[in-house]
Design a protein around this ligand. Sequence first.
Ligand code: TZP
Length: 220
Amino acid sequence: MNAKVDFRLYLITDRKHTAPPLCDAVRFALKGGVRAIQVREKDLPVRELLALCSDLRALTREFGAKLFVNDQVDVAVAVEADGVHLGHESMPAAAVRKIVGSSMMIGVSTHSVDEARRAEADGADFVTFGPVYETPSKMKYGAPVGLDALKEAIRAVNIPLFGLGGIKGNNIGHVLWAGARGVSMISAIFGAHDIEKKTRNIMEMIKIVDRAICVECGRR
Ligand code: TZP
């Protein structure tokens, strides 16, 4: 087990999805208990991204939370992020590992069992997998892969896997019962009217599902 991946909820930013300014929205989520944030603001010019990540670095430190920067390894290094998160258009994880060494975590977005296996072989610390369910912007992320593919990917890799895409309160249980280390979300939290309350609610739900899984495993 990778001890560095000590979070269960991996919250991804999308400043176009939040009613309050992004830093305020992230503060609400941190207050609600999330302990890992990925900054995914792909269309921001690099200086603006650097400034945003630097603010979010200070904020996440205040709460003892981890910060990941999507794609931009240089920005991640510059703000002393805990990790970098790579997509299919990013540098491959093996190349990024040569830059960041073992000091930084590497997360990789995957959409198929083969991609998850490749990310692990390339030295990723964890993967996100999805979209598991329909997402609000299906055009951007592709068709849902479904729970069976999620289960297959979980069996195929030995690194933590986070279900992503269309995850909400009503399906967290299915994703965790399938064996995912945790869940990753954008809209369920950032689209909520009360971000802090929603985050607290989701964290509580993860605990409840964990307890149920524990009880069930004890019976077997
Ligand atoms: N990759 C696959 S689905 C997705 C990403 C970045 C977005 C998930 O967003 P939401 O709002 O949690 O469904």
